[in-house]
Design a protein around this ligand. Structure first.
Ligand code: SAH
Length: 359
């Protein structure tokens, strides 16, 4: 089987070009064609027939197939992608002022098994390849270009879809390198955020290898026992160790860590929880995202009352920690946080496809 072109970082591509004695500009022209222009046809740039034939023969340029598209009333778009081995993953485009953030998946399923997350119910099937991560972006961009022309502006990338990105570090890192490359997507480093449940081996690599990429930690409870219930890997990598680790990371002036906190009714939504959370984060360079729990078919928890959410925020405001209540987007098509589960018949029954598009 041919290697995917979209698995090559710019450095990899330069190596292939030099090993084959092609003109030094070939890597730049290919990146420009496929990533800056986002073309899917054969490269029409100024490169020799010989080098073009070499890439056509040796590399696969196909992208993950769009199996289904769900459009929410609030213009959120959820894609179900079919991969070569028939596994499926989901990607979400979240709109704001005719621009979009893209929520990418990093694994098929997830090994973290968080008790509040629909994806975790699937277990981990496999890691995604770099090409399958970059491919989600390219296909979503192309769908916008065709279906919402003029709106194909995806300005932020968040690794908050299916999977634990730091558990698939190599592929995620290479995808970030491709997104960041000045010859390709040229996305600013402050526009990419990797969200983790607190997987310390990956955190270590992140801090050494791509520390300028933003980090979000799914915190969800400052109390050991509650966090153990929500995020089982907390037993192996407890929150205090994760935080000690994060504290050592030298952040630049504009950088801060985002702490995500899901609010679950009568579980972690009391002022006491907020007080303890405030104490934990007050002296840290923190930004808090409060996420009202999104229910899904069969979920054991329920969404909090909005007045409790507001109260929770007030307690944090007193600690002077910037806190945002994240609105729920796309929940009518199960595209909101934690509602992604590409395998569930329940989810399929719950949803209805409003459009369908092949590649
Ligand atoms: N594994 C990574 C990234 C995937 S989850 C992580 O744990 O951070 C991305 C965000 O969605 C996390 O903050 C996660 O806790 C949140 N999330 C998961 N299930 C949710 C649900 N049912 N309701 C609201 N947020 C949820």
């Amino acid at each position: 089987m041919k290697q995917s072109f979209y698995d090559l970082s710019y450095a990899d591509l330069e190596r292939v070009v030099s090993e084959n004695d092609f003109n030094g500009s070939v890597a730049r022209i290919l990146f420009n064609w496929y990533y800056k222009k986002k073309e899917i046809t054969q490269c029409q740039g100024d490169i020799s027939k010989l080098s073009l034939a070499f890439f056509e023969q040796n590399y696969d340029f196909s992208l993950p197939e769009i199996d289904k598209v769900y459009e929410s009333k609030d213009r959120t778009v959820k894609f179900l992608f079919k991969l070569k081995d028939n596994h499926k993953v989901e990607t979400v485009l979240i709109p704001f002022n005719n621009k979009y953030s893209i929520c990418l998946s990093s694994q098929v399923g997830c090994a973290m098994n968080c008790s509040f997350c629909f994806t975790g119910e699937q277990g981990l099937k496999r890691n995604l390849k770099t090409s399958e991560i970059v491919g989600q972006f390219l296909q979503a961009w192309r769908w916008l270009a065709v279906n919402r022309p003029g709106e194909e502006r995806i300005l932020n990338i968040v690794f908050m879809g299916q999977g634990e990105p730091l558990h698939n570090f190599d592929a995620v890192k290479k995808a970030c390198e491709i997104f960041l490359s000045q010859y390709g997507f040229s996305i600013g480093v402050q526009k990419i955020t990797i969200s983790t449940a607190g997987y310390i081996p990956g955190l270590k690599r992140w801090s050494e290898e791509i520390p300028r990429v933003n980090l979000a930690l799914s915190l969800h409870s400052p109390f050991e026992e509650k966090r153990n219930e929500l995020i089982p890997i907390n037993k192996k990598y407890p929150l205090d160790e994760v935080l000690t680790y994060i504290d050592k990371i030298p952040l630049n002036k504009k950088q801060f860590i985002t702490y995500e906190y899901i609010l679950i009714k009568d579980f972690n939504d009391d002022p006491d929880d907020a007080e303890k959370l405030g104490m934990l984060l007050a002296d840290r360079c923190a930004y808090i995202n409060l996420i009202p729990f999104n229910s899904f078919p069969g979920s054991r928890y329920t969404s909090p009352d909005m007045d409790k959410v507001e109260k929770f925020k007030e307690v944090l405001d007193a600690f002077k920690i910037p806190t945002l209540i994240r609105g729920t987007k796309g929940d009518d098509v199960l595209a909101a946080c934690g509602q992604l589960n590409s395998n569930s018949q329940q989810a399929v029954d719950f949803l209805y496809p409003v459009s369908r598009m092949g590649t």
